[in-house]
Design a protein around this ligand. Structure first.
Ligand SMILES: [Fe+2]
Length: 135
């Protein structure tokens, strides 16, 4: 199942919302590359880009958190770190073995499901806080 962007996922901070949409579209590209059985030569650059983009994006959110003294920053950052770590394992597995059913399932669970619930829950709370602070 691809990631579906909808206006209800917007957290109300334009820079973050744009990055979320970009992240969703990168993940969907990865899913379709895996679904069409594309080899490592296509998979690895996609994973590499996605890993870099996600890290940068988390940096953006964390910059807002510290700028506006977000009280739940530590727990939020911990979720980002867990994702980066899980993603690193996936990328290493892809590098070693290429696309597989097992890898696809892991991407679905650890990337797609994670992002969906993180954006809809954890990031939404951050957005509500930032909107109140930013006026
Ligand atoms: Fe986040």
């Amino acid at each position: 199942m691809p990631l579906q962007w909808s206006p209800s996922l917007a957290i109300g901070v334009p820079e973050i919302d744009r990055q979320h949409q970009q992240l969703f579209s990168q993940v969907n590209e990865l899913l379709s590359a895996m679904a069409s059985g594309q080899g490592r030569e296509r998979l690895l650059p996609l994973l590499e880009f996605l890993g870099r983009y996600a890290t940068q994006h988390f940096g953006t959110e964390e910059r807002y958190m510290s700028q506006y003294s977000y009280p739940a920053a530590a727990a939020h950052k911990q979720q980002h770190e867990a994702f980066v770590q899980a993603f690193g394992h996936l990328a290493a597995e892809a590098k070693a073995q290429g696309a597989s059913t097992d890898l696809t399932l892991k991407v679905q669970r650890q990337v797609v499901d994670w992002l969906q619930s993180h954006v809809a829950g954890t990031d939404r709370s951050l957005g509500a806080y930032l909107r109140a602070k930013m006026g």
